[in-house]
Design a protein around this ligand. Structure first.
Ligand code: FES
Length: 116
């Protein structure tokens, strides 16, 4: 039987470092991660590369729990990374949470994205 390792969390900054309905980029050795803050102070993280092309999702428009890619307007659900609508593609999600006002990303080591 394989043991399931607990997820490890990396603290990346204060929630207030991310404006509401916007995103900030966290640079990792495996690529950039877009960390989104919704209008209700939820946080979500996706790889900062639209699966449709190369659009930086961090420059997208955040509305509710969705983001619209700035290049061609595809909409992605921040909770799942799935495209909303007829397109079938998805952006890679990274676990994100807020603890005591600090934003943490999870599982970066499993993705080869841990900070050195
Ligand atoms: S690159 Fe994002 S919709 Fe085309």
């Amino acid at each position: 039987m394989n043991a399931i390792s607990p997820i490890s969390w990396v603290r990346i900054g204060h929630l207030d470092d991310i404006p509401p309905r916007a995103a900030r980029v966290v640079r990792t050795p495996a690529g950039d991660v877009a960390v989104f803050r919704t209008g209700t102070d939820e946080v979500f993280a996706l790889k900062d590369r639209c699966p449709h092309g190369t659009g930086p999702l961090s420059n997208g428009i955040v509305h509710g729990r969705r983001v619209t890619c700035p290049l061609h307007g595809m909409v992605f659900d921040l909770t799942t990374g799935e495209a909303v609508g007829p397109e079938t593609c998805s952006a890679a999600t990274i676990p994100a949470r807020v603890v005591d006002g600090m934003v943490e990303l999870g599982g970066l080591d499993a993705l080869g994205m841990a900070h050195g």
